[in-house]
Design a protein around this ligand. Structure first.
Ligand code: NIG
Ligand code: FE
Length: 393
């Protein structure tokens, strides 16, 4: 089955145009009056609408903008309950602290698989409607062997990008015995969870896990064939970023408080810095300066970090708008970070760009310009979504 989307007013391919190599064009690979041919689950052809090949069906984009599907490389979607009261108190001045995670752990342990599954699928539906076609999902609200195993298993039902985050925080029953808990995470819990996961993650932060504990967790995961990614420098500066770079992590996420040494280490590395604008928005923390990172040649991604504590948005357009408004990114940079950047943070080469051979994950906007994603915050701007070549919205 071949579908041609034609009459695209503004196509963001993320594939640098040939003119770019000659000093013209643009790095985002923007084409006007363009068309995209989908064949099965892949993109077969991209070019000027006037040269488009034949297809079984044609969709007229009527001059609107088409972008790659968003790659949301950081979420915590399997949990019970919510923390609306905590958010309300925070808006009245209370500080965000890692300890709030424990209240979600209690609600998650009490939930059945079916309750968690229905909730999870609801979040995925709302994400798809907002243009997200790939999502990474972490465990981390179980913190015992049986519940962590349930969370990674449920996540694996809906995405290949599953992250085992048993080292999210030390659970109440291990209070003051953090090293014993790390023993459990790197032993029995890892044994139970590794078969369902691709990634290993740790919250390397004051109030969560120390640098030596984080290293133990990541190295144990690597030894089991999982690939590392790290939550770090969210609540204050620390050594988590450099640990992540040293271990070849695909991404370090948050980076709210980065030192110059962190930026230098990231710039010379394969590790992506994943910005989570919803977190600073919802916790009233200072926004990190994306300009400083981009100007230093650090690869950046934008993700929602959907979770009941620090960022309960599932909207990539909202995160793009905040990143542009408060992190000093251009709109084109923010969209690139939310698509190609997310793909890099997941080490995926089949998504995040619109080019022949890539997965046909596409978002048609209601507007003629991608700028509306930041210019019209909070407004539903997604007209249609294709996931693996299938019209999903
Ligand atoms: O990514 N930083 C640690 N974990 C989550 C927050 C979890 C929570 O507060 O429930 C995050 O922000
Ligand atoms: Fe997170």
């Amino acid at each position: 089955m071949k579908t041609l989307i034609t009459n695209i007013g503004e196509l963001t391919t993320n594939a640098p145009t040939p003119e770019h190599a000659e000093g013209g064009g643009d790095l985002r690979g923007t084409l006007h009056d363009a068309a995209v041919l989908i064949d099965g689950d892949r993109i077969a052809w991209v070019g000027p609408a006037a040269d488009a090949p034949d297809a079984d069906e044609t969709v007229d984009a009527e001059g609107r903008a088409l972008i790659p599907g968003f790659v949301d490389s950081h979420s915590h979607l399997v949990f019970g309950g919510d923390r609306a009261a905590e958010f309300e108190a925070r808006m009245q001045g209370q500080k965000y602290a890692a300890g709030g995670i424990r209240s979600t752990v209690a609600a998650t342990r009490a939930a059945t698989d079916e309750e968690l599954r229905i909730r999870l699928r609801g979040f995925l539906d709302e994400m798809l409607a907002q243009g997200t076609t790939t999502v990474e999902i972490k465990s981390g609200y179980g913190l015992d062997v049986a519940t962590e195993e349930r969370l990674v298993r449920l996540a694996a039902e809906v995405t290949p990008e599953v992250t085992f985050l048993g080292a999210h925080v030390v659970p109440a029953e291990y209070a003051d015995r953090g090293d014993d808990y790390v023993e459990l995470v790197t032993g029995e819990m890892l044994d139970a969870c590794a078969p369902h996961a691709k990634w290993i993650d740790v919250f390397c932060e004051t109030g969560a896990f120390t640098v030596p504990q984080s290293r133990r967790v990541l190295e144990a995961g690597i030894a089991r064939g999982l690939q590392p990614r790290v939550h770090a420098s969210q609540l204050g500066p620390g050594e988590g970023v450099r640990l992540a770079v040293e271990l070849g992590a695909a991404s370090i996420d948050h980076g709210t408080y980065l030192t110059d040494d962190d930026v230098t280490a990231l710039a010379g590395s394969e590790t992506v810095l994943t910005l989570l604008p919803g977190v600073e928005f919802s916790t009233r923390q200072p926004y990190p300066d994306a300009r400083r990172l981009i100007d230093a040649d650090v690869t950046v991604a934008i993700a929602c970090d959907t979770n009941p504590g620090s960022s309960f948005t599932s909207s990539m357009p909202f995160c793009i708008a905040v990143a542009v408004r408060d992190m000093r990114m251009t709109v084109a940079e923010a969209i690139h970070a939310a698509t190609a950047g997310g793909a890099a943070a997941l080490r995926r080469t089949d998504i995040g760009r619109i080019a022949p051979g890539m997965r046909a994950d596409l978002v048609l906007l209601k507007s003629q310009s991608r700028v509306h994603l930041a210019y019209r915050p909070g407004v539903p701007l997604v007209d249609a979504v294709w996931k693996d070549g299938v019209r999903a919205v």
